[in-house]
Design a protein around this ligand. Sequence first.
Ligand SMILES: Cc1cc2nc3c(=O)[nH]c(=O)nc-3n(C[C@H](O)[C@H](O)[C@H](O)COP(=O)(O)OP(=O)(O)OC[C@H]3O[C@@H](n4cnc5c(N)ncnc54)[C@H](O)[C@@H]3O)c2cc1C
Length: 301
Amino acid sequence: MGEREELVEELRWKKFPVLDDGFVCLVDVMGDDSSVVQAARVSYGAGTKKVSDDRTLIRYLLRHRHTTPFEMAEIKILVRVPMDCWRQWIRHRTANVNEYSTRYSVAIDSAQTTRPDEWRSQAASNRQGSGELLPTDMGEKLTASEQELHALTKSTYEARLEMGVAREQARKDLPLATYTEAYWKIDLHNLLHFLSLRMDVHAQQEIRDYSRTIGEQIVKPLFPVVWEAFEDYRMGAMFLTRLDRELIARLMQSAGKEGKTPPYSKADFLTVQDETWKELKRCRERDECFGKLQRLGIVAE
Ligand SMILES: Cc1cc2nc3c(=O)[nH]c(=O)nc-3n(C[C@H](O)[C@H](O)[C@H](O)COP(=O)(O)OP(=O)(O)OC[C@H]3O[C@@H](n4cnc5c(N)ncnc54)[C@H](O)[C@@H]3O)c2cc1C
C-alpha cells in the first residue's frame, strides 16, 4: 500500500468527536493536491510545469480564485450533528446529502446537552452572535432545565410511538438539539467555501466546531498544500474595501504630517473617516473598518 492509501485508510471511518455526542468521519476521498494541479495544467497548458512547481501553482490558483481545478477533488463524510446546527449546514446547496430519516426510523436517541459552564450570553454588539459565558450558577439552572425538557420530549416521543402514532408525526416535538446523521459529499472548492464561512468568527460556535474538525482533521492531512494556501489566502486574509483603502491612505497622510506614528487614535481615525459615515451615529461598516485597522496595528482604541 502506498503512503497515500495508508493515510486514507487510517482516516476512513475514524470518528472525530464534536460537541458532546457528535462526530465527523471520512467515508471516501477522490483526488489529492495533485488532482488540482493536473486539472489546472489542462487549462493552462504544459508550459505551466516549467514556470511553477505544484505548490506555487496551487497557491496561485487559490489566491486568484481560479476555482474549477479545486472541483476535481471530492470528499464524502459521515456526520452526526444536532438538528439546529444541521439546519445551518444544509444551506450549503453545493453538496450531495443523504440524511437519516426519522419518518422511516426511530429518531436517534441523543440530544446535544450543554454543560453549566458552556451557556453564552447574547452578544451586545451583534444580534446574531454570542457574548461572554454566563456565570456557572446560572448555567447549572439552565442545564438542569434542559435535562428536564429533554426527558419530557423523549418520554412524550416514546409514548406516542408506543400508542402507534406514525414516526413522522411522533417526532414533531423533539428538540432541535436531537442529533441527526448524514452522508455529505462535496467537491474541494465548495468545501473550502463552506469552511471559510463556517470556521469564521461570525458563524455559530457549534458549527465552527464541526467545520474546524473537518478542516484540521480531514482536509489538512488529505490536501496539505491546498490547506496551507487556504489558511494563507482565505482564512488568514483580510478584505479591504475601496473605502478602507482610501481611509488608510488619508490617515497615513494626515497623521504623518502631524508627526504621529501608528497606532493612531480613534479620534485620528474618525477625522479621516469616509464622508458617507460622518453623519451616522452607529455605522457597522465604520466599526468593521476600525476593527481591520486594529488588527493591522494601524489604530488602537
Ligand atoms: C454567519 C452566517 C449567518 C447567516 N445568517 C443567515 C440568516 O440570518 N438567514 C438565512 O436565511 N441565511 C443565513 N445564512 C446562510 C447564508 O445566507 C447562505 O445561505 C449559506 O451560508 C450558504 O452559502 P452559499 O449559498 O454561498 O453556499 P452554497 O449553497 O454551497 O453555494 C456555494 C456557491 O454556489 C453558488 N450557488 C449555489 N446555488 C446557487 C443558486 N441557486 N443560484 C446562484 N448561485 C448559486 C453561489 O455562488 C454560492 O456562493 C448565514 C450564513 C452565515 C455564514
